[in-house]
Ligand binder design. Structure first.
Ligand SMILES: [Zn+2]
Ligand SMILES: [Zn+2]
Length: 163
């Protein structure tokens, strides 16, 4: 699986099956998207309903295969553990990574080339912009869902077991 910035200078490779594919509507994802979308010529980060779609992979299965030197970590708050990694060549949002021990990264689904995993759930929808029409094609959760956390835990256990 390849995630590529709009101009093609930055590329990430992911191997194996993703942990999950979610659209998140939380305040941080909206604010992060707003900040990145405000950069010159930046492609849209959010979907029209205010959600941002991510494909989650174990972090040991994702690597930057091109353009590492063009990456910049953006933080909404200076002390936040969450980095929104932007390709500075064309201001494409590439992924979320974490300074703490989280074991996964969230690739922005819009950057993934070719066949993309469909969104499996929509989370934190209680924070969605007022009046936004959230599709109910997949399960919708007002906060974080137990299923979402369960999938992350299973991936962590598989990593600990060396699978
Ligand atoms: Zn680029
Ligand atoms: Zn979010």
């Amino acid at each position: 699986m390849i995630a590529r910035c709009v101009c093609g200078s930055v590329e990430f490779e992911a191997t194996g099956a993703p942990i999950n594919c979610v659209a998140c509507y939380c305040d941080d994802c909206q604010e992060g998207a707003r900040q990145i979308e405000a950069l010159p010529n930046a492609p849209l980060v959010r979907d029209p309903d205010g959600g941002t779609a991510y494909v989650l992979y174990r972090k040991d299965r994702v690597r930057c295969s091109r353009g590492t030197e063009l990456l910049k970590n953006c933080k909404i708050r200076p002390k936040s553990d969450t980095n929104r990694v932007v390709a500075t060549c064309c201001n494409s949002a590439m992924l979320l990574s974490f300074d703490d021990s989280k074991h996964w990264v969230d690739l922005y689904r819009s950057r993934i080339q070719g066949e993309v995993a469909p969104v499996q759930m929509r989370i934190c929808t209680k924070f969605a912009p007022e009046g936004s029409k959230i599709p109910n094609d997949v399960p919708v959760y007002p906060g974080f869902s137990v299923r979402f956390i369960g999938k992350l835990l299973r991936a962590r256990i598989a990593m600990l077991l060396g699978r």
